[in-house]
Design a binder for this molecule. Structure first.
Ligand code: UDP
Length: 331
């Protein structure tokens, strides 16, 4: 609650993180591709709060907001000052269901948005990914690491799509002086994750809430570092408005094995619902599943003065409440 501006995800949620109100002369025209997606919608909330004092429950119809239904694989012309290019499926289940479309989004989507940036002289921020490191041989991963990607494997459509997207961004910078920023985003979760997202956070939470067993692929010893979406949004806005032109990892250092993560979700579900008898079941391992993942985030600290503020347990508790409300509404 910031005076007359409130965003509520569900009853009992922690207050929305602080935002800095912009001076009207600092206000910018901003394009967020993928603005209706999971991360994009949180980014839109924050950008709108920074620039607006109006009621924010629903942005449609707000004079500072325009919803454009458009596939980034096709060119578009809009007059803007900044472009956050987020549009792309990010869950392995989704991006592997149509790998050619994923590649088209990675290449043509980024190409079109960079072409637009060049034409209207907008600053461009690419939502890149920790997946560009592949199944990493360096741990934790620094931005200087070139990665270890199987270019013919099932994840390649996403990984190589994002790698070529980075290459496009820096090529437009070299050739045409387009002002680019690259965020390498590590695993992120929070309210508004798609019900059918298919990644570990929503799968485990929904399974625990329904008292079903948690599906661990393989031995559950692979690791991930999970950040809460509000921290990511802080990082994206700071990076966009910084002078840092190098790629920057945005992720938390709190690393868990998938088994540990599953136990954590079960404990939280017990606290939230009073009961949860779920156990872990082990299913066959996924092909090319990265075995460990954790960012070295010293560049973000040094260049952006950014560090995650949320711990995983608090973020997960919020996300669990969100999914519980969703489940109740569906019953
Ligand atoms: N995973 C799992 N059970 C699930 C979903 C995922 O054990 O129901 C594992 C998956 O094998 C991987 C990790 O959790 O080791 C993270 O997978 P996710 O699909 O969430 O995202 P990724 O980081 O691989 O893109």
């Amino acid at each position: 609650d910031r005076g007359n501006v409130t965003i509520t995800y569900q009853p009992g949620a922690l207050p929305y993180p602080p935002v800095k109100l912009l001076n009207p002369i600092e206000k910018k025209r901003v394009l967020v591709t993928g603005g209706a997606g999971f991360v994009g919608s949180h980014l839109v909330d924050r950008l709108m709060l920074m620039g607006s004092k109006a009621n924010v429950a629903h942005w449609i119809g707000h004079p500072n907001f325009e919803l454009i239904r458009h596939d980034v694989v096709d060119p578009i012309l809009v007059e803007v000052d900044q472009i956050y290019h987020l549009a792309c499926p990010a869950s392995p289940v989704h991006y592997q269901s149509n790998p050619v479309k994923t590649l088209k989004t990675g290449f043509f989507g980024t190409y079109n948005m960079l072409g637009l940036s060049k034409r209207v002289k907008a600053r461009f921020l690419l939502a890149s990914t920790s997946e560009i490191y592949g199944d990493p041989e360096e741990h934790p991963q620094k931005e200087s690491y070139w990665g270890h990607v199987n270019c013919v494997g099932p994840r390649a459509c996403y990984d190589e799509g994002k790698r070529v997207a980075e290459t496009l961004a820096y090529s437009y910078n070299r050739q045409d002086n387009v002002d680019v920023r690259v965020a390498r985003i590590f695993n992120t979760f929070g309210p508004r994750m798609n019900w059918n997202d298919g990644r570990v956070v929503s799968n485990f939470i929904l399974q625990a809430l329904k008292d079903e067993d948690l599906t661990v692929y393989g031995d559950g010893k692979s690791t991930r570092s999970f950040q809460y979406v509000h921290d990511l949004v802080d990082g994206l806005i700071l990076l966009m408005n910084s002078d840092c032109k190098e790629p920057v990892n945005i992720g938390t250092q709190q690393e868990f094995t998938i088994n540990e993560f599953a136990e954590m979700v079960i404990d939280l579900a017990k606290k939230e619902t009073g009961k949860c008898d779920s156990k872990l079941i082990h299913l066959p391992a996924l092909e090319d599943d990265p075995q460990r993942r954790k960012p070295d985030n010293s560049r973000a600290k040094e260049q952006l003065n950014w560090e995650p503020k949320w711990n995983v347990v608090d973020g997960l508790a919020e996300t669990l409440k969100y999914f519980k409300t969703q489940l109740e509404e569906r019953l």
